[in-house]
Design a binder for this molecule. Structure first.
Ligand code: SF4
Length: 234
């Protein structure tokens, strides 16, 4: 029998990146890290801060081999890599990319909207930290993401993350024109009831987003629900 040649097996597609941030001290808590921005996202949030990354078919702005070469040039200076986006879990190449980075002795973090709960659950053993975007209560999601059924998937990802116990933060970017303070309080209560212990509330920076109108009383109510509560102003 003739042996199979490597020419018969097409190489797996590499992770498509739009670019990188060479150093961050805030996106991977406690670590000096680079951020890799993955191309493509299946959702279309009106306030997306990286719209240039949404098209999954766009040519990579940063070839994967160059991203790896960058990491080699920073050996000993970085603790880890954050895979952000866009939506990293969109790409089938993500598990192999995480493995390559870990093989270099670096830790791995993921920023995700949680739209693929099964993929996230499978990735958790390969991740040291996760920033999970929970945009709203499930019933408010579709109007935010322009994608039917998106809320159920994000909250399913939250369940997977909490069940696995990977170190994480839940974060919500609050656009007060999309839901009000009462809904925000209900969201915080729902997250706390599910077992979220670390929540960050981020002000929406999109043009036209209403100015933040959280009273001291409301801030106190939100903060009281979580052992770790962070406000991030625009
Ligand atoms: S999920 Fe994130 S990356 Fe995707 S459209 Fe929404 S804000 Fe942008």
């Amino acid at each position: 029998m003739a042996a199979a040649t490597t020419a018969e097996v097409p190489p797996a597609p590499a992770l498509r990146l739009g670019g990188l941030t060479p150093l961050t001290t805030i996106d991977f808590p406690g670590r000096l890290a680079a951020v890799f921005y993955c191309q493509g996202c299946p959702w279309r949030c009106g306030y997306c801060h990286n719209p240039e990354l949404l098209d999954a078919t766009a040519p990579p702005g940063l070839p994967w081999e160059r991203a790896l070469a960058f990491l080699k040039s920073r050996r000993g200076l970085l603790d880890g890599v954050v895979f952000s986006g866009g939506e990293p879990t969109l790409q089938a190449a993500l598990p192999a990319a995480l493995a390559e980075v870990r093989a270099m002795g670096l830790q791995t973090a993921l920023h995700t909207g949680g739209m693929y709960p099964g993929r996230l659950a499978a990735l958790l053993p390969c991740l040291d930290w996760v920033g999970l975007d929970i945009k709203a209560l499930p019933q408010h999601y579709d109007a935010i993401t322009a994608t039917p059924g998106s809320g159920g998937r994000a909250w399913e990802s939250l369940e997977a993350l909490l069940a696995h116990g990977t170190d994480h933060e839940c974060r919500t970017t609050w656009h007060a024109g999309l839901f009000g303070v009462d809904e925000l309080l209900a969201l915080a209560q729902a997250l706390a009831a599910r077992g979220v212990r670390r929540w960050a509330l981020q002000e929406c920076r999109a043009p036209g987003a209403p100015a933040w109108a959280l009273s001291e009383k409301h801030r106190g109510q939100l903060a009281a629900l979580f052992p770790v509560f962070t406000l991030r102003r625009a």
